[in-house]
Design a protein around this ligand. Structure first.
Ligand code: HEC
Ligand code: HEC
Ligand code: HEC
Ligand code: HEC
Ligand code: HEC
Length: 362
């Protein structure tokens, strides 16, 4: 069978499996586990790499039928398992909020050889030809990126093996609760230590009233606070987020930015006087209308740790915090720099997402 046909069959199989996606994993154990990796003498376990399924006599850890990519590959629809790699090519749209990609975007574009379109994760893409294993701003990693563990983003950082690093989390996931970061299961999307509230369908076509709630703390100096979504990126991309002389020139409160602010509340905007209400940030998301609705095109984080959704910005203090994900998609997008919109080609065919905040620069 040619590999393209195989991909379609795998996608079809994944789509019909009866998995409930809104909370912890559910359904028949046999959908996901194999006790002996043997049925009628043939192996049950398979791995997925570059969209191709391979049965293996080597059993998967956790008695699992497959690995991260094997379960998280497919085409999203409302309520499906969170698929982060769509071998058939997902629809992104202009801002990644209109098609069938999720909050993280999709690994599809980086898998096709555009190194700049996302994180080059093992089994999904080859090594990044520009960066190698070095995260810009940070120190060289000893391995190509993996989904989880020491060289990945999800799971416990202390475990090299991706499955071990998340073990115990899938059956404890609760998307209706505030994640306080106290364990991997209680961390935002299993990203160890990160806080936040999870949208039930992973931001499949999100709106101001249905989206992830990202956590952040307004910085008062060049160092950042633990538990924020941007501090997670800073774990590898250090200087882009943290460190004396890396964020502003001279004393933090008096000087100009030298890197785009992150973990910084927009209501502090200090370069445009004399007051906040005369600054362009006062009109955040006027693209969508008056009253500062939360923008899913360029989202902001909040210090609020309740389960009430932040559907309006400037409704309370510290709810307009710029973060890495205000401009980037964590997995990948159609655009260079894994950006949420086509920054390079604006004006023209691109999209000016910067103007969601820089409302006078549209
Ligand atoms: C939709 C897929 C899915 C189904 C259905 C499922 N599991 Fe799991 N299970 C997983 C994954 C993925 C892991 C490993 C990663 C993790 O623990 O987060 C796991 C881990 C486990 C573990 C080890 C970690 C822990 O939480 O204790 C046990 C035991 C387990 N499953 C038992 C079961 C049993 C029993 C059933 C049926 C009642 C079942 N599973 C159904 C996906 C599933
Ligand atoms: C056997 C299938 C299976 C395997 C293997 C598996 N997952 Fe999942 N995963 C699921 C399903 C089903 C869900 C949706 C239900 C849920 O959120 O628990 C899910 C949800 C998730 C979520 C969302 C959690 C949240 O907080 O909402 C993350 C992150 C994730 N998986 C990461 C991983 C990583 C990393 C691996 C590999 C180490 C992995 N998964 C392996 C089936 C699997
Ligand atoms: C575990 C380490 C790690 C973490 C955590 C991490 N990155 Fe990266 N990132 C890398 C590495 C390594 C590269 C270079 C190789 C590549 O692109 O795969 C990279 C590259 C990038 C690129 C450039 C894409 C390209 O290939 O040109 C962007 C943008 C980026 N990361 C943003 C982020 C954001 C935003 C976060 C937080 C959501 C984040 N990263 C978290 C390791 C990491
Ligand atoms: C989520 C909101 C947000 C988005 C999106 C955003 N910015 Fe900013 N930007 C800010 C804030 C807040 C400041 C700090 C302003 C201050 O300190 O007065 C800033 C500062 C800047 C500065 C420095 C100017 C100054 O006032 O010190 C530049 C240049 C800039 N942004 C460019 C961009 C570009 C280009 C994009 C799109 C790729 C972008 N920004 C997207 C909120 C945003
Ligand atoms: C205001 C929007 C904005 C914010 C906020 C932002 N970035 Fe970027 N980032 C960009 C743009 C624009 C590029 C350039 C992309 C290009 O030219 O192709 C970029 C490029 C990058 C690159 C690639 C650099 C290279 O050498 O190729 C990395 C890595 C990166 N960003 C990480 C981060 C991290 C980590 C954070 C949070 C600490 C962050 N970004 C916050 C807009 C932003």
């Amino acid at each position: 069978m040619d590999s393209k046909k195989y991909i379609w069959i795998c996608l079809a199989v994944l789509l019909v499996l009866p998995w409930a996606a809104r909370a912890k994993v559910s359904g028949s154990c046999v959908n996901c586990h194999t006790m002996h990796n043997s049925q009628a003498g043939s192996p049950m376990a398979f791995t997925m790499a570059s969209g191709v399924k391979t049965y293996t006599s080597v059993a998967n850890k956790g008695l699992l039928t497959t690995d991260c990519v094997g379960c998280h590959q497919g085409g999203n629809s409302s309520g499906s398992v969170p698929y982060v790699f769509d071998a058939a090519g997902p629809t992104y749209g202009a801002t990644g909020t209109e098609g069938n990609t999720l909050a993280g975007g999709n690994f599809y574009w980086v898998s096709t050889g555009n190194n700049r379109a996302g994180h080059n994760v093992v089994d999904l893409a080859g090594q990044d030809l520009e960066h190698g294993n070095k995260p810009p701003g940070g120190a060289l990693l000893l391995s190509q990126l993996t989904c989880a563990g020491t060289y990945g983003c999800h799971g416990s950082q202390g475990q090299v093996d991706p499955t071990l690093s998340v073990l115990g989390s899938h059956h404890k996931n609760d998307m209706s609760a505030w994640n306080d970061g106290s364990s991997v299961a209680k961390s935002y999307r299993f990203i160890e230590g990160v806080k936040g509230l999870e949208d039930g369908d992973y931001e499949f076509q999100p709106t101001s009233a249905a989206h992830n709630k990202y956590y952040s703390i307004d910085r008062t100096g060049e160092s950042d606070s633990a538990g924020t979504i941007s501090s997670h990126c800073g774990r590898c991309h250090n200087d882009f987020h943290n460190g004396t002389g890396e964020i502003s020139a001279g004393i933090f409160t008096n000087n100009v930015w030298i890197r785009h602010p992150t973990d910084y509340d927009m209501s502090n905007a200090r370069s445009q006087g004399p007051t906040f209400s005369t600054s362009e940030y006062y009109y955040y998301n006027d693209y969508q209308g008056a009253g500062n609705p939360y923008s899913v095109i360029s989202p902001v984080a909040t210090a609020d740790t309740s389960t009430t959704l932040n559907s309006v910005v400037y409704g309370q203090a510290n709810d307009a915090i710029v973060m890495c994900l205000s401009c980037h998609r964590a997995h990948g997008s159609q655009f260079d720099g894994s950006l949420r919109w086509d920054y390079k080609n604006w004006p023209g065919t691109g999209f000016n997402g910067c103007a969601i905040c820089h409302t006078a620069k549209d």
